[in-house]
Design a protein around this ligand. Structure first.
Ligand code: PMV
Length: 329
């Protein structure tokens, strides 16, 4: 029983930070994102009676402990659903360089969910795949549907899933990921979600989230870049304000991060370019622009001495099952 899938990473325009239920990964607030074609994971899952335990390889290197335990726990949901007790071998490859701070968990758990569904012939709906992907990593539920996506936080498991707001062709946006550090972050997002409630600002961020979601959704549907820029920067800064004021303090920025924020604002406000920033749980800056300006902006980013590399993602499609001949090695 074998299945393979491809899923794209995604960048959140309205961020998910903090859960009402950490085990089920039920978010405290809804979020909106864009799938990133160009930054993808391909995963093959093979269930077999020959295996005594689950196996995991990522980019050709065998994993044990943390990563393997998380993948095994995720496969357990599928084993329960299919009423089987077979162990599986999971082979996964990312086409984006390791250690660049680009979140691989979204594309990884979306690809794992679709590959497991395909291997076990469960024929889950997109909604169910999104719910199952969410159990592995919250943001992974947004990598299941195509293009521009909204995750409804829901009050419970069945109502917490993502849906497409618009297909990838809706708007030629580009995410230029300016890499300023490849260091492994001290506290990852799973740990970060747990400490979010310790910030006195988290309540205000969550209470205002629906307003920002509506604002962002409208800006996306109208292709209004200035409105999008305003809301995504506000939302990213609110999340980082929560991070910085939680216990322990999570300060992901470096001086290079701040330099990029200033550069992006200058390009937009002084030079009139359609460009905006957003930042996840790390120091690297996602610079959002329109495709026709992407080359000019990427050159501007590469010219900054703090920028080591610029990765690029354009609006991507849904996570899909692929022929196992193309499978991850
Ligand atoms: O899905 P997780 O647990 O890796 O959390 C993602 C958290 C952020 O990337 C910071 C925000 C988001 O909505 O993607």
């Amino acid at each position: 029983m074998i299945g393979s899938a491809r899923a794209y990473s995604n960048i959140a325009f309205i961020k998910y930070w903090g859960n009402r239920d950490d085990t089920l990964r039920l978010a405290l607030n809804g979020s909106i994102s864009m799938n990133l074609a160009g930054l993808e994971t391909i995963t093959t899952v093979e269930f077999s009676s020959d295996l005594e335990q689950d196996q995991l390889s990522i980019n050709g290197s065998d994993q044990s402990e943390g990563a393997l335990a998380r993948v095994s726990a995720h496969l357990d949901h599928f084993r329960r659903r299919a009423a089987i007790d077979l162990r599986a071998s999971v082979r996964s490859t990312n086409n984006f360089p390791a250690g660049t701070g680009v979140a691989s968990s979204a594309s990884a758990f979306a690809a794992l969910a679709v590959a497991a569904d395909s291997a076990l012939e469960l024929h889950m709906s997109e909604k169910e795949l999104s719910m199952y992907a969410r159990l592995g990593s919250g943001s992974a539920c947004r990598s299941i549907p195509a293009g521009f996506v909204e995750w409804y936080a829901g009050p419970d498991d069945a109502s917490s899933f993502a849906e497409s707001l618009a297909p990838p062709e809706h708007w030629n946006l580009v995410d230029l990921v300016a890499i300023v550090s490849r260091e492994h972050k001290a506290v990852g997002s799973t740990g970060g979600h747990k400490v979010a409630p310790t910030s006195p600002l988290q309540g205000a961020r969550v209470a205002d989230a629906q307003r920002r979601i509506d604002w962002c959704r409208e800006a996306l549907l109208r292709r209004d870049f200035n409105a999008l820029a305003e809301v995504i920067e506000l939302d990213a800064l609110m999340m980082h304000a929560v991070m910085m004021t939680s216990k322990p303090t999570l300060l992901y920025w470096t001086p290079a991060t701040l330099g990029l924020i200033e550069a992006v604002r200058q390009w937009r406000e002084k030079d009139g370019l359609p460009v905006a920033f957003t930042i996840d749980a790390g120091p690297n800056v996602h610079v959002i622009t329109e495709a026709s300006f992407a080359e000019e902006i990427a050159e501007g980013l590469r010219a900054l001495p703090t920028v080591q590399e610029v990765l690029s993602g354009r609006p991507g499609g849904a996570a899909t099952a692929i022929d196992t001949h193309l499978r991850a090695s």
